[in-house]
Design a protein around this ligand. Structure first.
Ligand SMILES: O=C(O)CCC(=O)C(=O)O
Length: 238
């Protein structure tokens, strides 16, 4: 294969793609996005390993008082001695980092990029196609503390990642509907929404008050035909 073909299949990242993009969401919330955190080749190695070796499950969860099958596969890894994680009425089994040596390599890369975070747990998600998704939510469980720094690394199919501001809890006389028309925020006001295309090998970090003030989701995308694996590194504070 000549060099031109190799580069076409495996283009070198440009400087912009390896750089950090910092997006200030306002009021102490911030997102950092690194499109090419890991190279394409090493990311495919991680994808193949994770797809095959992780004991994926698709649990039954409770949403708005109803039981339903979680619309994606999941697995949980945590350091010993941490309090149990519970979300949507589901308590995942905590596997050990020692069970999955390649996960430790990814953890090391994330800890090197964000040395202050000292991650000690990881929630893995696998979206088998465009019908799999995660609905609007915030990772605001108490065990992550008031300002969690959540690092999300993506492999495989590119998918949209959306952020929208939580509805404000202003008293009734301060509600948007009561404001003069010029002061009302339009539904699609850009300052209340952000979207990212999470690429193969990318890292997105949410920090500050992002979990307190914002919701995030990976919506269904019927045309997204192939599998995506996402790892969210978190620090459980005791
Ligand atoms: O798959 C993603 O990019 C997001 C996953 C997520 O929102 C979560 O694990 O809380």
């Amino acid at each position: 294969m000549n060099l031109a073909c190799e580069e076409a299949e495996n283009p070198r990242p440009n400087m912009e793609e390896t750089k950090r993009q910092i997006i200030d969401l306002g009021n102490g919330s911030e997102v950092v996005y690194i499109p090419r955190f890991l190279s394409s080749d090493e990311s495919w190695n991680f994808f193949n390993y994770l797809n095959k070796e992780i004991p994926w499950t698709r649990p039954t969860i409770r949403v708005f008082g109803r039981s339903c099958l979680q619309p994606r596969d999941t697995c949980y890894v945590a350091s010993p001695g941490l309090p149990e994680l519970t979300y949507s009425g589901y308590k995942p089994h905590a596997y050990s980092w020692d069970d999955f040596p390649l996960l430790q390599d990814i953890l090391e890369a994330v800890n090197k990029a964000f040395p202050d975070c000292s991650y000690n747990s990881l929630l893995l998600n696998r979206y088998k196609g465009g019908e799999d998704y995660v609905g609007w939510h915030a990772d605001d469980e108490k065990l992550y503390g008031p300002t969690p720094e959540i690092a999300s690394v993506s492999f495989g199919c590119d998918r949209d990642f959306l952020l929208k501001k939580k509805p404000s809890k202003a008293p009734k006389d301060k509600r948007v509907e009561d404001a003069p028309p010029t002061k009302r925020l339009k539904k699609n006001d850009q300052s209340n929404q952000q979207s990212f295309m999470l690429k193969h090998g990318s890292l997105l970090l949410m920090r500050g008050y992002t979990q307190r003030d914002w919701l995030h989701s990976v919506p269904k995308r019927v045309k997204a035909g192939t599998t995506r694996i996402n790892l969210t590194f978190r620090r459980v504070v005791r």
